[in-house]
Design a binder for this molecule. Structure first.
Ligand code: BTN
Length: 335
């Protein structure tokens, strides 16, 4: 842990009471002059830190920037997800960077954030709009002890964590569209692109690429996306604290990932189903070159979507693009 991470953690723990320079110096094993120099550096990147001879140092506010030291300082305990955090100002795609790190055998739980992406990728070859300083664009490296066919569990868990974190941070309750689109009032707010390297009987690594439209304004999207996308800021009517949301998501992901690796997928699946707007609907699913139509009935034990097709048979879908069908003969939602 860096000195900046430890200073920020101490300041946060002290809260309004502040922490004396001597205490920081003793706790960190560096001189008071060195503490002062680190505080000056933190102020230079936007932290408002009050210094008074009586109260010592007090953190008044943090900048709306993603800084690895800051994010690490807010993750207490020993999380797996977020044990190693790297932040880039601009990159093509965080999934791309994580792919390289994965091949370099970086340990699972590493997270790469970028303030902006020039080639952000969405599912099914789409592009993902990732303007600077307005969203959370990041990738998480996992090495799950799962079979390749169980990988839908990961995306289901990630969508559940993401929806829960958004709800806890903003009060908004998003819907989940199978398998892992996060929508608010039917508009896309966040998405997950899972990329994997597999062997016949194991997942070598999985990269969860997560994009959250946090403080985007309508003008941030090109015309055709403006009607189908939204941001938390637009929905909440106020700016959302990005670093705080980032940490909340990492904590929820960490808890849920541990749960599914420990045999607790059913509990996550129940929460997912509760927030899923796809179940009970008539759907058209484009999956692996074919189209399945029917009623989205349930999720199986691996997280696959079970669709009752026109012939009354259950079709098991492990990946694809779902469109909800609404027609007079086929009402949107079943009782
Ligand atoms: C989707 O289409 O719903 C998935 C969107 C995933 C976007 C994220 S942003 C961070 C990571 N890097 C990428 O290039 N894509 C994912």
């Amino acid at each position: 842990m860096t000195i900046d991470t430890r200073i920020l953690r101490s300041l946060r723990q002290a809260g309004a009471a502040g922490v004396a320079g001597t205490e920081l110096s003793r706790g960190l094993g560096i001189s008071r002059a060195a503490i002062w120099s680190h505080i000056s550096d933190l102020r230079a990147v936007g932290y408002d830190i009050e210094a008074s001879p009586h109260l010592g140092y007090r953190l008044v506010s943090a900048p709306d920037r993603l800084l690895a030291d800051d994010l690490l300082s807010r993750l207490e305990g020993s999380p797996l997800i977020g044990r190693d955090i790297r932040v880039f100002r601009e990159t093509l795609s965080t999934n791309e960077i994580m792919g390289k790190l994965a091949r370099d055998e970086v340990a699972e739980g590493a997270v790469v954030f970028a303030e902006s992406q020039t080639g952000g990728r969405g599912r099914l070859g789409r592009t993902w709009v990732s303007p600077a300083g307005r969203g959370l664009w990041f990738s998480v490296l996992l090495r799950p002890p799962m079979l390749p066919q169980e990988m839908t569990r990961l995306t289901v868990a990630a969508a559940t964590s993401l929806a829960r974190a958004i709800n806890r941070q903003t009060g908004i309750r998003p819907e989940i569209k199978w398998p892992n689109d996060i929508l608010i009032r039917g508009r896309k707010t966040a998405g997950i692109l899972t990329e994997m390297q597999t062997e016949p009987d194991r997942i070598r690594h999985a990269i969860l690429g997560i994009g959250v439209n946090v403080n985007l304004e309508p003008d941030d999207w090109p015309g055709e996306l403006r009607r189908s996308a939204t941001s938390l800021r637009i929905e909440a009517g106020e700016a959302i604290d990005r670093p705080a949301l980032a940490v909340r998501i990492l904590k929820e992901l960490d808890g849920d990932y541990r749960k599914i690796c420990g045999g607790g997928f059913a509990e996550i699946a129940a929460e997912w189903a509760d927030q899923c707007s796809t179940l009970g609907q008539w759907v058209r699913v484009r999956t692996g070159g074919r189209v399945v139509r029917g009623r989205a009935e349930s999720l199986d034990s691996d997280g696959a979507l079970l669709v009752r097709n026109d012939h009354g048979q259950l079709d098991r879908i492990i990946g694809g693009d779902v469109t909800v069908e609404k027609s007079p003969e086929r009402p949107g939602r079943f009782p």
